[in-house]
Ligand binder design. Structure first.
Ligand SMILES: Nc1nc2c(c(=O)[nH]1)N[C@H]1C(S)=C(S)[C@@H](COP(=O)(O)OP(=O)(O)OC[C@H]3O[C@@H](n4cnc5c(=O)[nH]c(N)nc54)[C@H](O)[C@@H]3O)O[C@H]1N2
Ligand SMILES: Nc1nc2c(c(=O)[nH]1)N[C@H]1C(S)=C(S)[C@@H](COP(=O)(O)OP(=O)(O)OC[C@H]3O[C@@H](n4cnc5c(=O)[nH]c(N)nc54)[C@H](O)[C@@H]3O)O[C@H]1N2
Ligand code: SF4
Ligand SMILES: [Mo]
Length: 700
């Protein structure tokens, strides 16, 4: 083996588990990735993406110089490749970008801009991004992919308990007693967490209840698998609550001391009998009873969930249904219990924590609270906009109405990740100005006027916050390609130029020398972070927020003494079906999601060796359906919805239930989001990625 010049400890840039990595570097190249056995959260474990998927860092198509579109500002804009751009100096690109942003602010106000920060970038990058947007551009129109992801968890849990972060830690998982995994394909999407779950079952006798329409690998370890029809979770979980109440299995003391509105809720459960739920969901009534008894009578019961719960037009209701179960049984506020939304992106928790949302400053401090706003006005030395900004999908709608004229997109790929892509593209074509900051030219960059080349996680310092609220360092390991610069550095160059053009200078300024200084400013303004500093992270490896003071140990599990809302609230629900359901013309349900080897729009994973292992998308279809359609594995089919169509190869499998087909959304050549429905959950504004109606036909 080549001896490494250096070994750099850092955090995996793929998923929210936040595995610690040792990058072995020789002459500026990462040639081996290992994992330290003594470091939480992964203790030496890595999945295939962390171990073999990081070579995107050295891919020849990395962006290395600023680019300006040859047909700058021409509307309708068309997607172009590299040859549609010319190279520019940083000065020219930044000046032009600042001029365009300032012009829109001057003529139409800051609210005419829509901005997207990045769950792939650091806390420091995102803190500075939202500071620039709020303090200089003068708008709160800032959001990120959390909206497409756990927005329903946030909307649901803020109404019931008042906080939406994962309540318990990864470290507790090997010692679980009874746990529910629902709408999470954990072995493929949070692989290292799934190994701890399997450890709990195989070595420590834990019992697992999987609630999922798809035969994920987790079902092989389950004591009980409830296979519901997609979109029927409220029926299943409310029927479990019905059983818990009727059989007196609830935790009376907990309900009395820590919750509100139990009586009304208990009465609302009457119609949710297991027999009724069986009719709606297809899950046998007796299995619902068994699941309810197992969870309610556990010493400790925990619930873990993913996108199968949240990405529905009734996603908020689904989350509330889970919250009701935890409050009924008192399985929250103790070790090995909790309400645990598994956060997806490496730093999606941190991007929200750092204020990358339209309604809150860092630490979930509301922008429409005058006292909070005054604090940030004093700190930054400017007047701030009191109006809550627009969410991702609301920005698209506002752009369609011509109210939003320019986009600033840092490290997101909406032209792959948004639903109903034909519509999303149509809106993008009309934009007056599009500024993109990324490490690659992706499907969204193709629409940009200006592209600013950023450095990747391996070329910069900063922090990511993983799914269990653990703040961890990333460290510069290799030099940046060409002239690429760190996001925080680009943002402050841009901010200074826009300030100058608008004559709107913040007193706090944008002249940080190192991300540690940015963290220190954010921590000073954010009570939950005040005890966390770079020195401390250096010593301890990671710290779980809330951590209010330097001598505070950090908080692995929440709600030991109470909820942020005081009492936890029960909320009565109604079962409502998905917005679109199969009919004669579109007889199948389409479900979309992920595979182990790829990441979202594929920008990173398809530029790594993972592409060699998994180079092509397939549509997963049940053998009975395949037989009726006369198709076999390997054939091509046309999959059509009311919004678009794609051509994709067939994989016949019993993994998806009869009547449901599954397509991963990683592949531009057969983009699942051409088909998906952009209907939104009214509270969370999340699209219904998990259910729409499609037709499947053999491609002749
Ligand atoms: N390999 C890989 N890992 C990833 C990602 C990636 O792109 N690739 N992305 C990361 C991100 S950002 C996220 S948010 C997470 C997402 O992680 P997951 O939520 O685990 O991923 P998904 O594939 O979207 O699918 C979730 C599960 O929901 C189930 N499901 C579908 N419909 C329903 C329903 O109506 N009810 C219920 N209860 N379940 C249903 C599906 O069968 C599937 O098992 O993964 C993260 N990890
Ligand atoms: N059909 C369907 N659609 C979905 C979903 C689904 O389940 N089904 N899931 C939704 C969910 S949960 C999510 S989270 C979204 C994800 O949607 P996106 O966030 O749009 O997807 P990514 O492909 O992760 O985009 C990340 C971008 O950041 C860039 N990048 C990486 N590192 C850096 C960096 O350090 N700096 C900068 N500036 N850029 C960087 C990458 O090159 C890439 O272009 O997709 C959503 N869309
Ligand atoms: S589990 Fe997540 S954080 Fe860990 S190596 Fe895999 S992708 Fe990276
Ligand atoms: Mo996500």
């Amino acid at each position: 083996m080549i001896p490494a010049d250096t070994i750099v400890r850092t955090t995996c840039p793929y998923c929210g588990v936040g595995c610690q990595l040792d990058l072995h570097v020789h002459q500026g190249v990462i040639f081996r990735v290992a994992a330290p056995f003594d470091a939480p959260p992964n203790y030496g474990r890595l999945c295939v993406k962390g171990r073999f998927g990081l070579d995107f860092v050295h891919h020849p198509s990395r962006l290395t110089v600023p680019l300006i579109r040859k047909e700058f500002g021409k509307v309708p804009r068309r997607p172009v490749g590299l040859d549609g751009f010319r190279e520019a100096t940083w000065d020219e690109a930044l000046d032009l970008a600042a001029e365009k942003l300032a012009a829109i602010v001057r003529e139409h106000g800051g609210d005419a801009l829509g901005t997207f920060c990045s769950a792939k970038a650091t806390n420091e990058d995102n803190y500075l991004f939202q500071k620039f947007v709020r303090a200089v551009l003068g708008t709160n129109n800032v959001d990120h992919c959390a909206r497409l992801c756990h927005a329903s968890s946030v909307a649901g849990l803020s109404r019931t308990i008042g906080s939406a972060a994962m309540s318990n830690s990864i470290a507790e998982i090997p010692h679980l007693d009874v746990f529910i995994v629902t709408g999470s394909n954990t072995t493929e999407t949070h692989p290292v967490i799934s190994t701890f779950m399997r450890q709990a079952i195989v070595h420590n006798g834990a019992r697992l209840i999987v609630v999922d329409p798809r035969a994920t690998e987790m079902t092989q370890f389950a004591t009980l698998w409830l296979r519901q029809k997609p979109g029927t979770d409220v029926a299943v979980f409310s029927a479990m609550a019905h059983v818990i109440v009727k059989e007196g299995l609830y935790n009376e003391a907990f309900i009395r001391e820590r919750t509100a509105d139990f009586e009304a809720y208990a009465a609302s459960l009457d119609p949710f009998t297991p027999e009724w739920a069986e009719e709606v969901s297809g899950v046998p009534a007796d299995d619902i009873r068994t699941a309810a008894r197992m969870y309610a009578s556990a010493k400790a019961g925990a619930i873990y969930w993913g996108m199968g719960i949240t990405q529905h037009s009734h996603g908020t209701d689904n989350v509330i249904a889970l919250s009701n179960l935890a409050l009924l049984t008192g399985h929250i506020g103790r070790p090995h219990t909790g309400l645990n939304p598994l956060r997806g992106q490496n730093n999606v928790q941190g991007c929200s924590d750092s204020g990358g949302l339209p309604n809150v400053f860092p630490g979930y401090q509301r922008v429409d609270d005058p006292a909070i706003r005054a604090k940030f006005e004093r700190a930054w030395g400017v007047r701030l906009n009191p109006e809550v900004g627009l969410t991702t999908m609301e920005m698209v709608e506002a752009a369609e109405r011509g109210e939003i004229r320019g986009y600033y997109i840092m490290g997101e790929n909406p032209m792959m990740s948004e639903p109903n892509l034909r519509h999303a593209r149509h809106v993008m074509e009309q934009m007056e100005f599009v500024l993109v900051q990324d490490i690659f030219l992706n499907e969204t960059g193709a629409y940009a006027d200006i592209i600013l080349p950023a450095t990747s996680f391996a070329e910069k310092d900063g922090t990511f916050t993983n799914t269990d609220r653990r703040v961890q360092r990333i460290r510069k390991a290799v030099p940046p390609p060409g002239q690429a610069r760190a996001d925080w550095d680009i943002i402050q160059e841009l901010a200074r130029r826009v300030e100058e053009k608008l004559g709107r200078a913040t007193s706090a300024g944008f002249d940080f020398q190192h991300p540690a200084e940015i963290w220190a400013e954010m921590a000073a303004l954010t009570p939950a972070f005040q005890g966390i500093s770079y020195e401390r992270l250096e010593r301890e490896g990671g710290v779980h927020w809330p951590c209010p003071s330097p001598d505070h140990p950090g908080t692995p599990y929440l709600f030991a003494d109470g909820f942020p809302k005081g009492r936890g609230r029960f909320i009565s629900l109604q079962f409502l079906p998905p917005a679109e359901w199969p009919d004669e013309n579109y007889p199948f349900i389409l479900s979309t999601g992920r595979v182990l080897y790829h990441w979202h729009g594929g920008t990173l994973s398809r530029r790594s060796r993972l592409e060699d292992i998994y180079p092509e998308p397939t549509v997963e279809i049940h053998p009975d359906d395949a037989e009726r359609l006369g198709i076999r594995s390997g054939d091509y089919v046309r999959v059509r919805s009311r919004r678009g169509e794609i051509k994709v190869r067939v994989h016949v499998s019993t993994r998806s239930p009869r009547g449901t087909v599954f397509i991963p959304f990683h592949f531009a050549e057969a983009a699942a989001n051409e088909l998906t429905n952009d209907v939104l959950d009214p509270h969370a504004k999340i699209p219904e990625y998990k259910v729409c109606a499609v037709a499947v036909e053999k491609w002749e």
